[in-house]
Design a protein around this ligand. Sequence first.
Ligand SMILES: *[C@@H]1O[C@H](CO)[C@@H](O)[C@H](O)[C@H]1NC(C)=O
Ligand SMILES: *[C@@H]1O[C@H](CO)[C@@H](O)[C@H](O)[C@H]1NC(C)=O
Ligand SMILES: *[C@@H]1O[C@H](CO)[C@@H](O)[C@H](O)[C@H]1NC(C)=O
Length: 762
Amino acid sequence: MVLNSLPCVLVSLCLFFFSSSLCKARIYTNHWAVRIAGGPEQADHIANKHGYRNLGQIGDLKDYYHFFHSRTIKRSTLFSRAAHSFISMEPKVEWVQQQVVKRRTKRDYKPSYPGPVQSSMVQSSSIYFNDAKWSSMWYIHCNDNIHNCQSDMNIVGAWKRGYTGKDVVVTILDDGIERNHPDLIQNYDNEASYDVNGNDMDPMPRYDASNENKHGTRCAGEVAASANNSHCTVGIAYNAKIGGVRMLDGDVTDMVEAKSLSLHPQHIDIYSASWGPDDDGKTVDGPASLARQAFENGIRQGRKGRGSIFVWASGNGGRSRDHCSCDGYTNSIYTISISSTAESGRKPWYLEECASTLTTTYSSGENYDRKIITTDLRQRCTDSHTGTSASAPMAAGIIALALEANPFLTWRDVQHIIVKTSRAGHLSAPDWKTNAAGYNVSHLYGFGLMDAEAMVKEAERWKQVPPQHICVENADKQIRTIRPEHVVRSVYKATGCTDNANHHVIYLEHVVVRITITHPRRGDLSINLTSPSGTKSQLLANRLFDHSMEGFKNWEFMTTHCWGEKAAGDWILEIHDSPSQLRSQKAPGKLKEWSLILYGTSVHPYSFRSDKPRSLAEPQPDDEYSEEYVGLCHPECENGCEGPGPQQCITCLHYFLKFKNNTRMCVPECPTGFFRDDKKRCKKCSPLCESCIGSRSDQCSTCRSGLFLVEGGNNCASSCPDGFYLDLDSTMCWKCTENCKKCTSANICTECQTGLRGISVS
Ligand SMILES: *[C@@H]1O[C@H](CO)[C@@H](O)[C@H](O)[C@H]1NC(C)=O
Ligand SMILES: *[C@@H]1O[C@H](CO)[C@@H](O)[C@H](O)[C@H]1NC(C)=O
Ligand SMILES: *[C@@H]1O[C@H](CO)[C@@H](O)[C@H](O)[C@H]1NC(C)=O
């Protein structure tokens, strides 16, 4: 036993787990998070009174302050009881927590030998940049003549549509950013940057001989390295603004994470994180209370209420047979969890499987595979960036392109667009399956490889999805014994909260299983969830190295695999215990309770029903129970349909027509009496017009019978006004000759403008 044994004796809880050899002592810091109502003066006052320094509000979290106590030992395994209890007795102090060190690791790895340096002088694709490494950036121009990977992320396609990330702000939460790097300096954004470790504004990395702190700079270049500046590399969103938060080069605490995740949420659009709990195949850890609040604050308030976009690397624990469902960051519904695939479409050795992964971008694979080219520390350039660390920033760059195409997308719109546009392509996985909504999904890759061009096209014409409903179904409180080599099966008949309009979910987005299990060896457990449509998500696989006896306490497993499916029906939870020889304790485990949290909408996310009055938004009985429609769609439909008619399209190819009874229909052209607006809608002309260019009575292009269009304008009149005459066919009012007030249908002036006299010409 090499682990610290002294703290184990002191911490009784730890002693309990001593035999499991997993005795991790908590390390307390001299930093506190304190919640105090009444403003910063109040906080300063309380800090001074108790000998703390108030270092200010914690990120964007109102009423939370960072207190520092210089007389407490910096890293202690002992909880500072004295100071803590005095301050917690203050009536204005609502909550206080001494910060403990959390183990957080970067999602890269050290290759066993340097990656191959491939450089090609051949000019590729139709876009040419003078950056030295441009021609070798295979993951950007993937299926051109010299690179032959089979699925392209279509980044050049998005660029050609004019999207390069302009006005979108991305920040990298990591070990700092070399802001004066020649490829970053032009897009560097001071307001998107901070040094949480040093508590100042400057996120420059700390330099050492091993270049330990190169990670953030490498991630930043992938997103927003300047293009065509004769330097090294080209970012995916090369006109986006890029910042960095230095937060991994020091003790990471809940507060450090919260400060980083809630930095300037009205300014920063996308936060990219390529780190998390140890990928050692035995850790179960996630965001603690402040970080969770930072996520929620960002989702609800960030980007003017549209929600911050948190992009997360799914993890590199493949070799330790880790499962990303045990990482509460990637497993969160608020993060977009990104997996990696090699150029060949094969599974990289570091890849972690789990059901919460949403999508995939390229990264390195085997040692002989090409890696990622990006900016490096000391103003250099590297072609050996690797792991899911490289994939998350790539996704952040692609999302930046979509946000430029439509800055109004909400955090859920972005996830919907990713689900719709990611493609299985040539990515090989043994478990590709088509869910009941028609999406192909895998535990290795989520919905597949990202497609930047398809994303910006969707973004351009996207209509915001209806509000998120959350339905909590308390499935089972009956305690069940988990017998070795047996499967515990628990079936829950969900309604989707049909009796509560504010929580009613018909169409699913994320699904979470919250579960409490006691077990003698956690790594022996595997868990599956099957949706009412029959889609099976593996929520947990056996983990060879996880000897923990702690089980799961209200752990939330998330799956994206039921996206678009119906929520109501039988959900089946299956827990399997396959005892390994490593198991010392023989007592069986217990399923104590589980609940199902269904996220989604009560109306179809892509129908136009969302702006119907509330009563009409209620589901039709046959709607709820009918199967997904699989037949042919009407030719005017785009993006599928719910039935064969032109009234049942998800979206329209050309125009859509709305009727009084709230039905809608797709049409190739707007009928007479309607005009097309800029959102592809056919809208009614003014009652005076027969056809029109807008809805006002002065926007007619032809008039209803009995009315006449007036020359030079678009209004219809029942009789021609002064200065106009009705032609012989009675079709239109034409202008009389100049200075004429009245004229005949042959345009002969019969009365002059006031003050003028007629001259008879014969
Ligand atoms: C990059 O700069 C070169 C000149 O150095 C120019 O010929 C080329 O068109 C530029 N590329 C783009 C995409 O603007
Ligand atoms: C899903 O995969 C199946 C089988 O490979 C394929 O036929 C189908 O076109 C895919 N669906 C989508 C939406 O990509
Ligand atoms: C879960 O599903 C996988 C894949 O179908 C299967 O191999 C495994 O045995 C299942 N485990 C349980 C607990 O049913």
